[in-house]
Design a protein around this ligand. Structure first.
Ligand code: NAD
Ligand code: DAU
Length: 332
């Protein structure tokens, strides 16, 4: 198998590449990544050139995408602009990368008749009420709230249309909030951990009552690989590990694991349009493909993640000050 992974130098993409490199030793992996502020080639260090190739390039560039897809057998498409707060204050790159970039991937996949797995998010469904028994499923109508989720929803709809109108061999997955190593310090869990490591109080948006459904990133990787190999063409699969927690619960757990009082944080201004709750019903991937998550103990996953950030200061430190400066301007 010659697999192309877009966005493979980012958080989930690089974790997926390392997972695949271990799990499928006879596959060749090519990563296509623009190396935006969120991508780092160092995330892919240690991979042997006989089984791995890196291409620096933009998925919005037709010629680059055409060439990369012509020489692979299948594509897993992670590349995206991914941070909600950034999208609220500068939606431009979200529209280009998430919509136009996905369009370029689809056109090349159609031209060369290649297999595509499109990686998406549960945010395309909007939000749920805290306390309700409802969860997102493959049938939930799209109702995105932010420029980020609207552009991811647009990309999913393009994939669905290309499946129906052009019969491309594609699948889609919509996963919940990932955590683990190599996540950018702009995101909630790494931001809180690195704040504590720098002696700064972590920040909680609004009342901290918003709920996210956390999954360890390696479980996302195993689900994507399973869909790529066993998924039914044309289908969408929800990915989640029953990890619902309020932001306040997550923050208190981080503080406890890092030896700080549980109220050692600051409330800051809420995110405009802040989604209240995400929750995934993963029945389909579990029952039809037999997938199960391995990291079901959130506290253990969190404590391993804290250890990783403690031991990899040189990885996150260069981005920390600029990220906090950006937040300061937003009052968050
Ligand atoms: P990330 O921001 O950490 O990484 C994105 C990667 O894409 C970076 O390496 C970046 O350089 C690359 N990229 C951005 N624009 C590009 C372009 N125009 N051309 C080529 N490469 C480009 O993102 P992540 O958190 O790893 O998310 C990866 C994918 O998974 C995204 O599609 C996201 O929507 C989806 N997703 C994320 C989560 C989550 O919790 N983070 C959950 C569900 C789904
Ligand atoms: O649900 C999947 C999505 O999860 C992905 O599609 C996105 O790419 C990914 O960024 C993530 O989106 P969120 O907006 O949920 O993640 P974020 O880490 O930005 O925030 C998680 C929650 O924590 C959210 O309710 C906002 C809150 N928050 C965030 C930060 C950065 C805080 O309370 N304090 C903070 O400092």
């Amino acid at each position: 198998m010659r697999l192309l992974v877009t966005g493979g130098a980012g958080f989930i993409g690089s974790n997926f590449v390392h997972y695949l490199y271990k799990e499928r030793p006879d596959w060749h992996i090519t990563v296509l990544d623009k190396l935006t502020y969120a991508g780092d080639e160092k995330n892919l260090a240690g991979l042997d050139a006989s089984r791995f190739k890196f291409i620096k390039g933009d998925i919005c560039d037709e010629a680059t995408v055409d060439k990369a897809i012509a020489s692979c057998e299948a594509v897993v498409h992670f590349a995206a602009e991914t941070h909600v707060d950034n999208s609220l204050h500068g939606p431009d790159p979200f529209v280009y990368t998430n919509v136009v970039g996905t369009y370029q991937i689809l056109e090349a996949v159609r031209k060369y008749d290649k297999r595509l797995h499109h990686v998406s998010t549960d945010e395309v469904y909007g939000d749920l009420q805290p306390g309700s028994p409802e969860k997102f499923s493959e049938e939930t109508p799209y109702n995105p709230s932010s420029p980020y989720s609207a552009t991811k929803a647009a990309s999913d709809l393009l994939v669905r249309a290309w499946i129906r109108s052009y019969n491309i061999k594609a699948t889609i997955s919509n996963c919940s909030n990932n955590y683990g190593p190599y996540q950018h310090v702009e995101k909630f869990i790494p931001r809180a951990i690195t704040n504590v490591l720098e002696g700064q109080k972590p920040k909680l948006y609004g009342k901290g009552a918003n709920i996210r459904d956390w999954i360890y990133t390696q479980d996302h990787s195993s689900a994507v690989l399973m869909i790529l190999e066993k998924g039914k063409i044309g289908e969408t699969y929800m990915i989640g590990a029953n990890g619902e927690k309020t932001n306040q619960e997550v923050l208190e757990m981080i503080l406890e694991l890092m030896g700080k009082p549980k109220d050692w944080y600051e409330h800051v201004a809420d995110r405009p349009g802040h989604d209240l709750r995400y929750a995934i019903d993963a029945t389909k991937i579990r029952s039809e493909l037999g997938w199960t998550p391995t990291y079901t103990d959130f506290k253990r996953g969190l404590s391993e993640t804290i250890e990783w950030y403690k031991n990899n200061r040189e990885w996150w430190q260069p981005q920390k000050a600029a990220t906090e400066e950006k937040y300061k301007k937003l009052g968050r």
